[in-house]
Design a protein around this ligand. Structure first.
Ligand code: G3I
Length: 302
């Protein structure tokens, strides 16, 4: 197939990108988006600071723009993200524990209800684990006031709000199997699946340096999948975007049957949150880079 989305679809997968609502009117941007990608993650528009800037007052306008675009172009949507310690409006961190619990429940319920039927999978909780060797949750308003159970509680609330949506845990630096952070997330998913806590998928952000993915990445994906969840690569970008590193990353996914899709974190290098690294598949003019062909070939070979 001649586009990333169509090539991924041949093996039942999707190929997506992060999208900024403010760029949809740029024709270079939207032409590539609609030609190449069949899954969209809003880069910022579904985060708490945009969707509920003051308590109980919701703003879904920017996200609605992206969701409408996706519907008009046959693209699926990943919801990103309901519970995250960043891009959190100031009012959230000032709440008492019981107010925070009800604010979290209400935020999950209102946002999922608004988009019901239009989101394939939600990043219910994002980046809850600490960096480094602890393998434990990181400090956040949720962790510090609600305790370890906040993640389970968020997933249960999400399942009630939209029983048809897939519910994912999403994090970075969990791609190398032996890392303490990877093991911490693995233990949580294992515990959830064994106790029937609703979780359907794990997102591996995959923000890689010039070295590309860790050698164990495929092992990590298949070990998580063996717990009975789907796995996805959710925010892929690789410093300097070597064709080899991109191909290894795609191959790690396509060799795992429950790795259901790959999303890159932006279209052109100029769209990237780390634009100095030129980490994406298209250059600033919208021309495909060598990494583009290597990804397309790896998808077509799957
Ligand atoms: O919209 C405001 C604008 O009004 C303001 O004038 C301007 C001044 O700084 O900031 C604009 O907001 C910025 C926003 O992106 C939209 O461009 C924020 O400052 C900036 O912090 C924000 O960065 C986003 C970052 O998450 C925030 O943590 C990046 O675009 C986004 O790519 C990045 O995405 C995250 C994923 O959600 C989770 N995983 C890691 C990934 C990379 O950090």
């Amino acid at each position: 197939a001649g586009s990333l989305g169509a090539a991924a679809a041949q093996s039942g997968r999707y190929f997506g990108t992060a999208v900024a609502a403010s760029k949809l009117g740029n024709s270079t941007y939207s032409t590539i988006l609609d030609r190449e990608f069949n899954m969209i993650t809003p880069e910022n528009e579904m985060k708490w600071d945009t969707t509920e800037p003051s308590r109980g007052s919701f703003n879904f306008g920017p996200a609605d723009q992206i969701v409408s675009h996706a519907a008009a172009h046959g693209q699926k949507m990943r919801g990103h993200t309901l519970v995250w310690y960043q891009q959190l409006p100031g009012w959230v961190s000032g709440l008492s524990a019981s107010d925070l619990q009800s604010a979290m429940d209400n935020h999950i319920t209102q946002e999922m209800t608004h988009f019901k039927g239009r989101i394939y999978a939600w990043d219910v909780v994002n980046e809850a684990f600490a960096d480094g060797g602890s393998g434990q949750h990181r400090s956040s308003p949720f962790q510090d006031k609600l305790g370890n159970g906040f993640i389970e509680h968020a997933f249960r609330t999400a399942r009630s709000a939209d029983p048809a949506a897939k519910l994912c845990y999403n994090d970075y630096n969990i791609e190398n199997w032996t890392d303490a952070k990877t093991q911490g997330v693995y233990a949580m998913v294992k515990d959830f699946t064994s106790r029937g806590v609703p979780i359907d998928c794990v997102g591996f952000q995959s923000h890689f340096g010039t070295g590309g993915p860790p050698a164990s990445f495929q092992t990590t994906l298949s070990n998580f999948a063996a717990l009975g969840v789907d796995v996805q690569i959710t925010e892929l970008d690789i410093a300097q975007a070597s064709a080899t590193n991109y191909a290894s990353t795609v191959n790690a996914c396509v060799h795992v049957s429950r790795c259901t899709g790959i999303t890159v974190w932006g279209i052109r290098d100029s769209d990237s949150w780390r634009s100095g690294d030129n980490p994406l598949l298209f250059d600033g003019n919208g021309n495909p880079k060598s990494a583009y062909s290597s990804v397309l070939n790896a998808l077509n070979a799957a």
